[in-house]
Design a protein around this ligand. Structure first.
Ligand code: FAD
Length: 404
């Protein structure tokens, strides 16, 4: 089909731009409430931060190590239970087909965490694990008794790609693959009244009457420039994550250094061939952004060989992923405490801050729609039959070309 393809037209209550966790969860939430909604993705589902994430459903425990519940830990507190209900199929969206990698995380610490146990709100969400009660692969990996101890945190780790696959499968008829360059906010009398998009084959589509929600992660900045009021401020915080591939046990753990922020966080995955992969983040990923890939991999190997002396890391191949966290701007330049949801007329710009917050964002957007008097079922779900659908993006370890 050529660039002069006739314009197609549909009406919808909401048009979402961006198919990461925020856009897909919002789509499922709104459609579940009876709204007609479509989602436009310019690369592949999960191609931004979502499939680069470690999949930890934070409950704020790592921000509460002193026993004081910070704003961030309060905001995150209910997220693990909410996600667990969705994974168990007892709450919408039904994620019972998605994979849980681990029901909890461990925290390894060189000092005793008295604060945790002093706080009533934290009780039941963290427990000290006796050396003899550690899972065998973890005990062998640690290879010794840890001075301060090992704690079990009530924070599940999900297989993020399987979560996206479930959401996409349930709403495939509402997903549109679009060209980034061909997306235009339709403006009328100083406000946005819908969206025009173009497919790779030149087909063009106008989505009329729709409230637009920008869930495009780092892409929000560029899209926001089309807004009459301008883009909401965004910040990027770069990371250099490390991937180690080889005969590795499944570990899900944070290691604390001398401070309260995890020095290293490890989650365990498998590549497309079934080989185990450790995905390594934490302060190591923050402080390694200026290093070349080989030096960053070596640094991770050095640090981990001290933390898990029982694991032979020399035979593992290593690679890095450089990726930015895209967030609503915080005055301090640090991580915002919760999701950032900015409304400008009929357009909403969203940065969830954490994967775990996707359900909160969906609730906040729905509240805003209700506040504006937009009730579900205003228009029937439009047919987008025949329009190209976005694929699911690959995982970082299946995409990495250079291993050392
Ligand atoms: C390395 C790393 C590890 C992390 N680990 C965790 C963790 O363990 N737990 C946690 O809770 N959080 C974690 N996070 C944070 C979490 O990943 C993000 O907060 C979350 O994934 C953001 O999701 P999103 O859908 O808003 O954006 P993104 O995932 O960035 O998705 C944006 C989507 O929009 C698309 N897009 C961009 N421009 C356009 C356009 N013009 N038109 C259409 N589509 C467009 C992109 O292709 C992409 O698919 C991590 C982040 C990083 C970087």
């Amino acid at each position: 089909m050529g660039a002069s393809a006739p314009m197609e037209h549909i009406r919808a209550d909401v048009a979402i731009l961006g198919g990461g966790i925020t856009g897909l969860w919002l789509l499922a939430h709104l459609r579940g409430r009876g709204y007609s909604a479509v989602l436009c993705e310019s690369r592949a589902l999960g191609a931004g931060q979502t499939l680069s994430s470690q999949g930890i459903i934070h409950g704020g425990l790592k921000y509460a190590l002193t026993g004081t519940l910070s704003a961030a830990s309060r905001a995150l507190m209910h997220m693990p239970a909410l996600w667990r209900d969705c994974l168990g199929g007892t709450r919408a969206p039904d994620l019972s087909g998605a994979r849980l990698l681990s029901p909890h995380q461990h925290l390894v610490c060189g000092f005793r965490l008295a604060g945790f146990f002093a706080s009533r709100l934290l009780r039941g969400r963290v427990s000290r694990v006796d050396a003899g009660a550690l899972p065998a692969p973890f005990a062998e990996a640690l290879g010794r008794t840890v001075d301060g101890g090992v704690y079990q945190l009530d924070e599940p780790v999900v297989d993020v790609r399987s979560v996206l696959a479930e959401l996409a499968r349930a709403h495939a008829d509402a997903l549109l693959a679009v060209e980034q360059e061909g997306t235009m906010l339709l403006q009328e009398a100083g406000d946005v009244r819908g969206l025009e998009v173009r497919a790779r084959d030149g087909r063009r589509l106008r989505i009329h009457g729709a409230r637009v929600v920008l869930c495009a992660g780092a892409g929000n900045e560029r899209l926001g420039h089309q807004l009459p009021s301008g883009a909401a401020p965004m910040q990027r915080r770069p990371l250099c994550m490390v991937m180690l591939r080889g005969a590795l046990p499944a570990l899900y753990a944070h290691w604390l250094g001398s401070g309260a922020a995890p020095r290293v966080t490890v989650t365990s995955h498998r590549d497309a061939r079934g080989t185990p992969v450790w995905y390594v983040g934490g302060a190591l990923a923050e402080s390694g952004v200026a290093l070349d890939p080989g030096a960053q991999v070596e640094r991770a190997r050095d640090e981990l060989s001290r933390l898990v002396p029982g694991v032979d890391l020399k035979a593992c191949a290593g690679a890095v992923l450089s990726v930015d966290r895209a967030e609503g701007r915080h005055a301090s330049g640090q991580r915002p405490d919760g999701p950032v949801v900015a409304h400008a007329g009929t357009v909403t710009q969203v940065w969830p801050t954490k994967l775990a917050f996707a359900p909160r964002v969906a609730e906040q957007v729905e509240s805003r729609l209700s506040l504006e008097g937009l009730r579900p079922c205003r228009v029937p779900m439009p047919s987008t039959e025949g329009w190209p659908r976005p694929a699911l993006a690959p995982l970082p370890w299946d995409e990495a070309r250079t291993w050392c």
